[in-house]
Ligand binder design. Sequence first.
Ligand code: FMN
Length: 381
Amino acid sequence: MILANIEDYRTLARKRLPHFLFEYIDGGAFSETTLRNNSADLQTIALRQRVLRDVSSVSTATTLFGKEYAMPLGLSPIGIAGLNARRGEVQAAQAAEEAGVPFCLSTVSACAIDEVRAAVNNPIWFQLYMIKDRGFLREILARAKAAGTDTLLFTVDMPVPATRYRDMRSGLSSGTILQRKITRARQVLMRPQWAWDVGLFGRPHTLGNIAPVLGDNAGIDEFWSWLAQNFDPTVTWADIDRIRAEWDGKFIIKGILDSEDAKQAASIGADGIIVSNHGGRQLDGALSSIRALPDIADAVGNDLGIILDSGVRSGLDVVRALALGANFVMIGRPWVYALAARQKKGVREILDIFKNEMRVAMALSGNTSVNTIKRDSLVNL
Ligand SMILES: Cc1cc2nc3c(=O)[nH]c(=O)nc-3n(C[C@H](O)[C@H](O)[C@H](O)COP(=O)(O)O)c2cc1C
């Protein structure tokens, strides 16, 4: 199969993964309107074609929070991404490092932060949810700090989890634990390659960062119920303010979609925000990230680093987001499809695809450096 773009990796991931795992990655909340709009709205943004500008040398390199990256693109945190290939988060973090872009590990990753950190040369970014047990929250933070993490993404758009119909239907989230295990086992048998690579040799199948409170023998089902009980719906800006005061590294608030919230993020001293709707997995019917971006950039563009995720599927989309005020862009599903399809090399390949697409889009819109991509790189229709 020829893999030319992200959709091709998605198709291959569907063939390689047990049904419940593919549906977990691919799906969104409720009727998936926001999920669809995230990508569809990006496609409606017209890039402005410019000609005869000597584009023989185009650089995608950029700086974010004082660090240089090969392009303004990073890997968003994805829960249990490590089950998409053997010790999957380790492979993805290595691919990101080789490509010169940041990798962010989820709180609910399969591999623990120490395991991932030991497999790469430089510290990785870490994402945290508000957990009811503040003592445990601080322990995780201390572990991230000890692993050298200097950039913390604090996710705020999930005080309660949304319903995802696909997860109910696939056997991931509905039925008794026994029913779920049987349904999933059947699906695994239909994917022998995954069963061998991940099922057999990718153990343990636990959530590495949470394992200290549940013990190493607890399985995915026990972990999900722990999470359901331990995510904290009482969280407010005062809690975030306290964590900000305790964390001496870069502090990025993930899941901002409204300019008033963006201003509040600036006022508590965040270094940046991620304009995101969790890839359409939380408030279905919310604005797409790209439509939310211009207002937010107008409100806080001079005060905060602005990162956008949700729906980005090509280097052209990255240019569109930069033009509308983002300093950096992140991708979730694309890197997981690639990991499932072709392990670490798949992640390397899609990062090359993004970079090449970005370079071409920049050249054809008359931009030789990331800094010149502004709103006038778009057609105002
Ligand atoms: C399967 C899956 C799991 C996710 N898990 C997390 C998570 O653990 N923490 C988090 O902050 N965001 C999580 N997200 C949201 C992503 O970090 C990111 O915001 C989203 O995937 C971006 O949209 P995209 O997939 O369209 O690129 C998850 C998204 C997906 C698809």
